[in-house]
Design a binder for this molecule. Structure first.
Ligand code: AMP
Ligand code: TRP
Length: 341
């Protein structure tokens, strides 16, 4: 039986663990809002079920889930135009994940480098959920027949696994039911590096708070972190080529370019040759101008968690309206009695 052609649909998920930072904003949230504004149907999910593959304190998980939703909205995501919801509120994700547990092979899962990194030497003590994590991720995506998934480079292997699961399912049942989802990997331009070490990604797991700008930082904190950012002693080079071997300088210029929606070449036309004593205050002013409204909007939203919960419940209803028929059709294809596509 012919299945309908796949319309472009973007899906992405972020784990509600820890603080949102400038890297999440420039590499994910800001880009998500731009995709939405380009008119592409977009679905964004707080993946709380993925978060609990490692221990989460219940009250922190609840807070982080709401704060992540506030971060999406404060970054320009319109929850009426896009779908914004919490994973555990749409049971079709876990239902589809079970099906995919039965499609994915042990050998494929054992190759996943993120499991090896996260489980470390003590894999026997890792949760079964951590091992099965990529099958749930494939379910997140394919239960919406999503065609494009913006993610960081570290998730590329999970996207390849998603394609493998879709291919095996389609092959086993002789249908083109699931799309071949394309990863949209963040480029070097949107990768934000640590303020303390230009060779490492800005990350929520870095023990030094000075390494990152949190979306909840106030104006003074943002300015101070930029003033103290590590640099080399030379002034900025004349043009972008001169940034090649200067990771810290390049990072600050990249951040300036991303926050001002300019190319690195454009930024270098104005800032080339300036000492950091001049460039850092320019960057601090720009960062405060762009980020302070986001942090104040996030704290405003967090004062009314009932409203955030309403937005997430509405998002879950609209997500389910898409996921439910796709899951039921999947059950029907597999041969489950009572499936109602
Ligand atoms: P994570 O914080 O690693 O769960 O990532 C959530 C989202 O933010 C993913 O889409 C990442 O690609 C993006 N992201 C995280 N850190 C950075 C960074 N330093 N630069 C750019 N994007 C990032
Ligand atoms: N594994 C992703 C990460 O850690 C989060 C995630 C879960 C995700 N499900 C997804 C990302 C589906 C994209 C699509 O960043």
């Amino acid at each position: 039986m012919a299945e309908p052609a796949f319309t472009p649909r973007v899906f992405s998920g972020i784990q509600p663990t820890g603080n949102l930072h400038l890297g999440n904003y420039l590499g994910a949230l800001k880009r998500f809002a731009e995709t939405q504004n380009a008119g592409i149907s977009s679905i964004y999910c707080m993946v709380d079920l993925h978060a609990i593959t490692v221990w989460q304190d219940p009250s922190e998980l609840r807070h982080a889930t709401r704060e992540l939703a506030a971060g999406f909205i404060a970054s320009g995501l319109d929850p009426r135009q896009s779908i914004l919801f919490n994973q555990s509120q749409v049971p079709e994700h876990t239902q589809m994940a079970w099906v995919f547990n039965c499609v994915a092979r042990m050998g494929w899962m054992k190759r996943m480098t993120q499991f090896k990194d996260k489980a470390g030497k003590n894999a026997e003590q890792a949760s079964l959920g951590l091992f099965g994590y990529p099958a749930l991720m494939a379910a997140d995506i394919l239960v919406y027949h999503a065609t494009h998934v913006p993610v960081g480079e570290d998730q590329k292997q999970h996207l390849e696994l998603t394609q493998e699961i879709a291919r095996k399912f389609n092959h086993d049942y002789g249908l083109e039911f699931f799309p071949e989802t394309q990863p949209v990997i963040e480029g070097a331009a949107t990768r934000v590096m640590s303020l303390r070490d230009g060779s490492r990604k800005m990350s929520k797991s870095d023990p030094s708070d000075m390494s990152r700008i949190n979306l909840t930082d106030d104006a003074d904190t943002i300015a101070r972190k930029i003033r103290k950012a590590k640099t080399d002693p030379e002034p900025l080079p004349a043009d972008a080529d001169g940034l090649e071997d200067r990771p810290e300088a390049r990072n600050l210029v990249n951040i300036y370019a991303a926050l001002s929606d300019q190319s690195v070449d454009q930024v270098m036309r104005d800032a080339g040759g300036k000492p950091f004593s001049e460039f850092k205050p320019m960057l601090a002013d720009l960062a405060v101008e762009k980020l302070a409204p986001i942090s104040s909007e996030m704290s405003r939203l967090m004062q009314d968690v009932a409203e955030i919960d309403r937005i997430l419940a509405d998002g879950a209803d609209r997500a389910r309206a898409i996921a439910h028929p796709i899951l039921q059709r999947t059950y029907e294809i597999i041969g489950m009695v009572g499936a109602k596509p």
